[in-house]
Design a protein around this ligand. Structure first.
Ligand code: C2E
Ligand code: MG
Ligand code: MG
Ligand code: MG
Length: 291
């Protein structure tokens, strides 16, 4: 993963030893069957509340356990799934699996503050009407606390067609799902539009947390966090890799963080075990008229 050299972080990637062209064809033809064969797995990465470091929820991340190629990361199959139109099926699978998993965790932890799970959504899914129908189906099949199944939608996606996106997002909210604006800071948002989208949460892209130089980092983070708060949204910082990152983010007013400092994406079983080790945290009671 990430290696620290002289204070700078350098990414060490495993070199891809396979032929790209063969892979592409293999992946295209086998992706279709992969869903039926249950080779697509969902992993869960903790999202931690910085105030007390308790797990508030998880992001669901797709993996492909390919029988010959081994574990493939989303970068190796999501864009292909989008191109060949399979992302709708794949996305529904991940959504359905994540919702069932979340329902199970909520049922096992009654009396505690309810967890959330957030699921990534691609443009093809959002720009087609099916998503609303699929989401209605999933929410109808699972008894979830309102707003705890969240959809993560990238900034570049909503800016592709802001008018249409705004309509879809409003309908998603009405169905009772939560909305996170993913990879914020990379998609050239128009601030005028941002105000009109019903996002609950902004996820600061990991590039701002991981690679921005020490001096400018707090300046950029503070302004994004301030903007989000002014718009009534909470903030999740992605790519928090060290305890120092977490401390700095908390001091800057960021509510949540996700990253290797708190846990890598893991199986549902491992995530369930991790929830079990959490201190019991009761729901915060809102006292009406106390402010
Ligand atoms: P994302 O939604 O921004 O997800 C965060 C990515 O950052 C994940 O990569 C996660 O493993 C990685 N990450 C988390 N913490 C750290 C950290 O501290 N350091 C570093 N270096 N990386 C960290 P992953 O799982 O490879 O997913 C990549 C992208 O693939 C996701 O970016 C998302 O856009 C897409 N994706 C994943 N699953 C799905 C899915 O089910 N549907 C769709 N449409 N897209 C998906
Ligand atoms: Mg995401
Ligand atoms: Mg992201
Ligand atoms: Mg990303």
């Amino acid at each position: 993963h990430a290696k620290r050299i002289g204070g700078d972080r350098i990414e060490v990637f495993k070199p891809a030893m396979r032929s790209r062209k063969t892979d592409r064809l293999t992946i295209e033809s086998e992706l279709r069957r992969a869903i039926e064969r249950e080779e697509i797995k969902v992993q869960y990465q903790p999202i931690v509340r910085l105030e007390d470091r308790a797990i508030a929820g998880f992001e669901a991340l797709a993996r492909w356990e390919h029988p010959k190629l081994g574990r493939l990361s989303p970068s190796e199959f999501i864009s292909i799934a989008e191109e060949i139109g399979l992302i709708v099926d794949l996305g529904l699978f991940v959504l359905d699996r994540s919702a069932k998993q979340l329902a199970q965790w909520q049922a096992a932890n009654r009396g505690r503050e309810p967890m959330f799970v957030s699921v990534n959504v691609s443009s093809r899914q959002l720009l087609r009407h099916d998503l609303i129908q699929d989401l209605r189906g999933v929410l109808g099949r699972t008894a979830l606390v309102r707003g705890t199944l969240k959809l993560e939608i990238t900034e570049s996606l909503v800016m592709e067609n802001p008018e249409h996106a705004a309509q879809m997002l409003t309908r998603i909210k009405e169905l009772g799902a939560g909305l996170s604006l993913d990879d914020f800071g990379t998609g050239h948002s128009s601030l005028a539009y941002l105000q009109r989208f019903p996002f609950d949460t902004i996820k600061i892209d990991q590039s701002f947390v991981r690679t921005t130089s020490r001096g400018t980092r707090p300046v950029i983070l503070r302004s994004i966090i301030g903007l989000a708060h002014d718009l009534g949204m909470e903030v999740v910082a992605e790519g928090a890799e060290t305890d120092g990152d977490a401390v700095e983010l908390y001091q800057l007013g960021c509510e949540y963080a996700q990253g290797f400092a708190f846990g890598e994406p893991m199986s549902a079983e491992a995530a369930g075990d991790l929830i079990g080790t959490q201190p019991q945290r009761r729901p915060l009671l809102k006292v009406v008229g106390s402010e």
